[in-house]
Design a protein around this ligand. Structure first.
Ligand SMILES: Cc1ncc(COP(=O)(O)O)c(C=O)c1O
Length: 455
């Protein structure tokens, strides 16, 4: 049941100090019973949601520009998604796809196969989370190549299960206490042109030439010649747009060069589309922006509007492993798939377009904010995956990390839900249903919040 506050507004209404009394009571209980390894930046306690709006337990209404960390692509509790879930629950909730058949598995697998980049016939393996998709993708690459070494990127986040954690190169605290790593991974710098680790520019690094940028070429010129013999390298795992690492958009030639190095040595390319995929960037898969065709795609987050579901997508020729090689009791749960089929339909019919249009509007708005606020060092993004990087000084580019955290909190108190990523980047990852008025509110709130932090 929607509350009156949620029904009557598509902009925030804050009535209590935050957190309000009900919220505080729940936070106290949470602190007592929930693992302290969770990372909460501010005290949002959700009661219900609709579209891009969230109501908390004290009746305050927020505009959600995070979407449960880039998950609720169709907005909160989209009526068509809710109806599909309810219908499925009435029919049956579970019968493990690892052991039995049901119509949902091939229906969604066929859809994903048709949508994924590349012309080959494809097959799909379902799991429950982003990390699980990454684990499945790595296992498939290892199985099909009979090789074990992997190459990943600094700044990458692929999850926290032991295999995915070996690939994650994001924050030391994610690894601290969990060594030695399970997998043999070599990390190299990602194509972050705003902070080129080699002090080059797209004009000087080869990004605009056929040889490709230095940051990709180094895989062949250095890594495969020294620590990772090519005939032992199973896969290069790359996010087409880096997510937790700071919403970093690489030049297309970075991905193309990786692709051609991999082709030369029989290495598989895994695209981790967990955060950037399923319409967030205005295309179904972020790889499409770059005409990049990976061998294996890992997808999750937005794929089922909030129900736990992930998918590994690869050519039928590649996904050719025997029964028992890889499976999961809950992976491809019928309720999650019912939600996913409707999610994809909504993406195709309206939300991809909205993500592209609103994304462009928001990007331009953020660039205007950059004219006004010296602390904004860079604005970048594709569709509704936008990063605003804060720096103490535009010349030294020293990250303004505490200021970024403060802006998040200032936005929260003004009713806007955003989240950080990277060292000092604000990420905007709203539900793909947002409209112009909500974008204007977000831009105005960012303007006010940044102003309050920098005054
Ligand atoms: C690119 C990417 N891969 C994998 C993951 C892990 O997903 P999950 O938290 O569902 O395991 C994330 C989560 O943020 C992600 O952004």
């Amino acid at each position: 049941m929607l509350s009156t506050a949620l029904e009557t507004t598509k902009l925030p209404q804050i009535h209590t100090p935050l957190p309000g009394p009900q919220a505080q009571a729940i936070i106290d209980r949470d602190t007592k019973f929930i693992s302290p390894s969770y990372t909460r930046s501010y005290p949002l306690v959700m009661q219900r949601g609709t579209g891009a709006m969230i109501e908390d337990v004290d009746g305050n209404v927020f505009l959600d520009f995070n979407a449960g960390v880039a998950v609720c692509a169709t907005g909160h509790s989209h009526p068509k998604v809710v109806a599909a879930i309810k219908q499925q629950v009435d029919e049956f909730i579970h019968i493990s796809g690892t052991d039995y058949y049901y119509p949902h598995l091939p229906a969604l697998a066929q859809k994903l196969s048709e949508l994924a980049p590349g012309d080959d016939d494809k097959r799909v393996h379902f799991g429950n989370s982003g990390a699980e998709a990454v684990e499945g993708a790595i296992k498939l690459a290892m199985f099909s190549t009979h090789r074990q070494k992997l190459i990943g990127f600094f700044g990458a986040f692929h999850g926290r299960t032991m295999g995915a954690l070996s690939l994650t190169g994001s924050k030391a605290r994610q690894r601290s206490g969990f060594g030695p790593q399970a997998l043999d991974v070599t990390h190299v710098p990602y194509a972050n042109c705003y902070r080129c680790p080699y002090n080059l520019t797209p004009e000087s690094c080869g990004a605009h030439e056929s040889k490709g940028p230095h940051c990709a070429r180094i895989i062949e010129d250095l890594i495969l010649k020294t620590t990772v013999p090519p005939d032992e390298c199973a896969a290069i795992i790359v996010e087409p747009v880096q997510g937790e690492g700071g919403y970093v958009v690489p030049p297309a030639s970075f991905l193309h060069t990786i692709r051609s190095i991999a082709n030369k040595y029989g290495i598989k390319v895994v695209a981790d589309e967990v955060q950037a995929g399923m319409g967030r960037t205005g295309k179904m898969f972020a790889s499409e922006h770059f005409d990049f065709v990976p061998d294996i795609i890992a997808s999750a987050k937005g794929i089922a509007s909030g129900l736990p579901l992930s998918a590994v997508i690869a050519s039928a020729e590649l996904m050719n492993w025997p029964p028992g090689a890889h499976a999961s009791t809950f992976g491809g749960n019928p309720v999650a798939i019912a939600a996913s089929l409707v999610t994809i339909e909504l993406l195709e019919t309206e939300l991809l377009t909205n993500a592209a249009v609103m994304g462009q509007y928001l990007l331009e708005g953020c660039r205007n904010l950059m004219e006004k606020h010296e602390i904004i060092g860079d604005v970048r993004g594709k569709g509704l995956m936008i990063g605003i990087e804060l720096v103490k000084n535009r010349t030294t580019k020293e990250p303004a990390a505490p200021e970024r955290d403060q802006v998040e909190i200032e936005c929260f108190h003004r009713g806007l839900i955003i989240q950080g990523c990277g060292t000092s980047t604000i990420r905007l990852s709203p539900p793909l249903v947002i409209d112009r008025e909500q974008c204007d509110f977000a831009l105005q709130t960012l303007d006010d919040a940044i102003g309050a932090v920098t005054q």
